[in-house]
Write a protein that binds this ligand. Structure first.
Ligand code: AHR
Length: 520
């Protein structure tokens, strides 16, 4: 029996719900069993120069009639502020390992046009031109920093390790972080220092980022991160981590690092596990079985974290290195994109929102292990929060999950046990996470059933519920927003009551719910 199946099957018995509750959902929140602080960076995002992410998605240009802030789509900025978007990873992805940061600085009219890394991918093959194929470099380092500043988010830059040099990387750090007027590059920047802390050292170096073995990559990582000028900014290096379940990458890389010098572990801030759960059926049309199948694949994230963590502990006994899971999401087939250059564009359904809820809950439950995570990608792409084309923009169901879950940011994750009769052997019917800040408990949960509602009761060990407010996002698994009906799927109030210290509510199926409980 799988561990998850065992837990779900036994948790109800261990917590001994009353017989009348046996067919329902039972949650026990254990306030005195802290896991760790939920880093806001777990709710991070990813922006790559790919398809319609940057051009059309974020960047509309200063001369555009579309409301913009220095060329950046204004409604996007407003909506990202509203969900407290904490961090953006840029400029890739695979694109990062072909990018020369110098192409994107200085007067825009003088910047070169280059072939985009993705130029030959999928539907872009059929296009004659456009920024998805030929990178105009209108959106470069200063524009990206402005985007982050407007939102109040941290920048996370991915350095080019495959086709760039350690010198290029050092110069980019200099350009971004040197105090004004000190170096030639700081003068070229023309603004206050950006003080960028988070630096990815290549991307998917086992694949598009150079096809290295883990041992070969460890040499490159050391070379890139040795003696980087820090200008007083604490630099946080993030090496390329494993592809899904590839434990050999984690083992090979960390072993090589530690063999050279165990002290080098201090140079690794986060380990960049990437996991896409793929797809089943079409992006919008899929069967109920395909819905369950994809959710079951998405929750593999839980085992990936545990398995890689065990391997990491073989070399890093004190677990100084945490995860920076800087690409995750469901990656559907083409067919629902709103413009022909939106490579990997997908409209995003309730199914994707369920995957977002399940995945963020997994990260919260591993708050002691996961320091950062970035959903791929922000707009017009895989598992996006937004679809934007010309003057139209919509928020996907996925956006609403990030909005609901923002209340966890900075909270103390506490253990919670979720129990409900299972629909399939692979997937818990009810799952979630809990965090506390002072007398405020935030509980998020998913009822994964494709159609059946689930009454849920929540017991709080170590505290008593005084009052509760609920919010729920629900709809058919295939439900999604369109430009014609941008608000077809959005959260609504969820009726919940707190009496006798127990919280009760009913979750439609499928749904993602958030409860905010005031404790006595
Ligand atoms: O997110 C799209 C691509 O998926 C990224 O560029 C790459 O890192 C991953 O394989």
């Amino acid at each position: 029996m799988q561990r998850r199946t065992f837990l779900a099957a036994t948790a109800g018995a261990l917590l001994a719900p009353r017989a009348s509750e046996a067919a329902d959902g039972a949650v026990t929140v254990l306030l005195n069993e802290p896991i760790g602080t939920i880093s806001p960076l777990i709710h991070g995002h990813f922006v790559e120069h790919l398809g319609g992410v940057v051009y059309d998605g974020i960047w509309v240009g200063e001369k555009s009639k579309i409301p913009n802030i220095a060329g950046i789509r204004k409604t996007l900025v407003d909506d990202l502020k509203a969900i407290k978007a904490p961090l953006f990873r840029w400029p890739g992805g695979c694109f990062a390992d072909s990018y020369d940061w110098r192409d994107g600085i200085g007067p825009r009219e003088k910047r070169p046009t280059r072939v985009n890394f993705w130029e030959r991918a999928g539907m872009l093959q059929k296009l004659e031109g456009g920024p998805a194929k030929y990178e105009p470099n209108e959106f470069g380092t200063n524009e990206f920093m402005r985007f982050c500043q407007e939102i109040g988010a941290q920048p996370y830059l991915a350095a080019n390790l495959r086709s760039g040099t350690a010198r290029d990387f050092n110069d980019w750090v200099d350009y971004c972080n040197a105090p004004s007027g000190t170096t030639t590059l700081s003068r070229m920047r023309g603004t206050a220092p950006f003080n960028v802390q988070y630096w990815g050292i290549g991307n998917e170096s086992w694949g598009c980022g150079g096809e290295f073995t883990p041992e070969e990559y460890s040499v490159e990582f050391r070379k890139f991160t040795a003696w980087v000028p820090n200008f007083g900014v604490p630099l946080k290096f993030i090496p390329a981590g494993p592809n899904g379940g590839d434990l050999n990458w984690s083992r090979g890389f960390l072993q090589a690092i530690v063999r050279k010098n165990p002290g080098l572990l201090n140079r690794i801030w986060g380990f960049a596990l990437h996991y896409y759960c793929g797809t089943t059926g079409g992006p919008v049309e899929f069967t109920t079985d395909e819905y369950y199948e994809l959710l079951a694949r998405a929750v593999r994230m839980d085992d990936l974290i545990k398995n890689h963590w065990t391997v990491m502990g073989e070399y890093d006994r004190e677990h100084r290195v945490k995860f920076a899971i800087d690409e995750w999401g469901a990656w559907h087939r083409a067919g629902s994109e709103v413009a022909p250059h939106h490579l990997f564009g997908q409209i995003g359904t309730i199914r994707d929102a369920m995957i977002a809820g399940l995945t963020l809950d997994i990260f919260h439950r591993h708050a002691d292990k996961v320091s950062m995570a970035n959903v791929a990608q922000l707009v017009n792409c895989i598992h996006s929060l937004f679809i934007a084309h010309e003057d139209k923009m919509l928020r996907t169901p996925n956006y609403h999950v990030f909005d609901m879950y923002k209340e966890h940011q900075g909270g103390k994750s506490v253990r919670a046990v979720f129990a409900a009769p299972m629909r399939t052997g692979k997937l818990a019917r009810l799952d979630g996470s809990a965090s506390v800040q002072g007398k405020r408990l935030v509980l998020t949960c998913t009822n994964t059933d494709a159609g059946e509602a689930l009454p849920v009761s929540v017991k709080i060990e170590g505290g008593t519920a005084k009052s509760v407010e609920g919010l729920v996002l629900t709809g058919r698994p295939q439900a999604h927003n369109t430009f014609a009906q941008p608000e077809a799927v959005k959260p609504a109030a969820l009726k919940a009551e707190a009496s006798g210290g127990v919280v009760r509510f009913e979750m439609p199926g499928p749904s993602v719910a958030r409860l905010i409980v005031e404790l006595v």
